[in-house]
Design a protein around this ligand. Structure first.
Ligand code: GLA
Length: 390
């Protein structure tokens, strides 16, 4: 009877105070952090991870909202005689590393594959899902990126595309159940490059985020192809389950500052995970400023969790907008051309009437009242990123 009353109270609290319920939700905002792959690739080791964690704190990134330090592929060693996964020599003690990362007020992520091998041909989780989830939980892991790669072998050998799809979905479901059974909150990141319309089923298999594309690279053309290619996916995302257009390249040196501003602004409008992919220990002040711009991060992390979308495209000028919790809109005016040009914006097409109030988010400057048409110069491959209020 007492237990019954307790359960009723818990249910009542959950439904009466959605804020409380949401606070306990895993990935209630798009995850923010860092991942080793884009910059360090196969070189990642224990010392690099510790240094990145320290730099995330000293650079101010932790205070700006970044939280996860994620080890990507190539940490895996052999299995022991009981089948337990072990680290290779680059990671002498994963539990100690997790303790260190936690001591900095950060969380640790790891990587595996539902196949026998990972993309880099290291040991995957096939046939050891529960055991691996238990090992991760015992180490103190907070985030798992689960990368399809090796499972393609089984999928290819199957009798039909439908059978292949089932193999993949079953594999992702299996790891979801394994992670849940540990009782440890572990963010579950699906990585299968956006195939089979993953946005339609990613949430059903427990994904807190799912990659919607192939791998990004540190070039404007690739970043733009991925970022601007996200149109129409917004309705599949929300608190606890996000589209993931891949990790950031900001600070890796292959794009101009304007191109990196496009990268950050677009990812913020897309409510995308912000996983830095550069070396945090050697950042220029410009890179730190790009990654920690408060007004831009606030758009990405907005409490309503509504992913934005493209409003219009006129040649190289694209306007994208995202509805924010306070009723205003984040508006990105993007120039995809390689020369500066003047864009003409009619706020009516973005859902406003008459004059609007605007703030330039990169300049951190209130622009006062604006009326349509608003003509603004947008740098080559750049963006003018506004917060617009009626
Ligand atoms: C795939 C993923 C990348 C990275 C590598 C590691 O290519 O898409 O993000 O994890 O595997 O091998």
């Amino acid at each position: 009877m007492r237990l019954m009353r307790f359960v009723m109270v818990v249910i009542w609290v959950f439904f009466s105070f959605p804020a409380i319920a949401q606070k306990d939700m895993l990935a209630d905002r798009p995850p923010m952090g860092w991942n080793s792959w884009n910059h360090f690739n196969r070189q990642v080791d224990d010392a690099i991870i510790r240094a990145q964690a320290e730099a995330m704190v000293s650079s101010g990134m932790r205070d700006a909202g970044y939280q996860y330090i994620n080890i990507d592929d190539t940490w895996e060693g052999e299995r022991d005689i009981k089948g337990n996964i072990q680290t290779n020599s680059k990671f002498p003690d994963m539990k100690a590393l997790a303790d260190f990362v936690h001591s900095k007020g950060l969380k640790l992520g790891i990587y595996s594959s539902p196949g026998a091998k990972t993309c880099a041909k290291f040991e995957g989780s096939l046939g050891h899902e529960l055991q691996d989830a238990q090992t991760y939980a015992a180490w103190g892991i907070d985030y798992l990126k689960y990368d399809l790669c090796g499972l393609r072998e089984q999928m290819k050998a199957s009798s039909s595309p439908e059978a292949a799809r089932k193999i993949m979905i079953d594999a992702y479901t299996k790891m979801r159940d394994a992670l849940r059974s540990t009782g440890r909150p572990i963010v579950y990141s699906l990585c299968q490059y956006g195939e089979d319309a993953v946005w339609e089923w990613g949430s059903d298999v427990g994904g807190n985020l799912w990659r919607t594309t192939g791998d990004i690279s540190d070039k404007y053309a690739k970043m733009a192809e991925i970022g601007f290619g996200q149109a129409g996916l917004g309705r599949f995302a929300g608190p606890g389950h996000w589209n993931d257009p891949d990790m950031l390249e900001v600070g890796n040196g292959g794009m101009t500052a304007d191109e990196y501003r496009t990268h950050m602004s677009l990812w913020a409008i897309l409510a995308a995970p912000l996983l830095a992919g550069n070396d945090l220990t050697t950042m220029t002040p410009e890179t730190v400023a790009l990654l920690t711009k408060h007004d831009v991060i606030a758009v990405d992390q907005d409490a309503a969790g509504k992913q934005g979308d493209r409003v219009s495209a006129e040649g190289p000028v694209e306007v994208w907008a995202r509805v924010l919790a306070d009723g205003s809109k984040a508006v990105g005016i993007f120039n995809r051309h390689h020369t500066v040009l003047a864009a003409r914006i009619d706020f009516g097409t973005i859902g406003f009437k008459g004059t609007v109030k605007a703030r330039d988010l990169w300049q951190g400057k209130d622009l006062g009242k604006l009326s349509s048409p608003y003509v603004v110069k947008v740098p080559a491959h750049g963006v003018v990123f506004l917060k617009v209020t009626q």
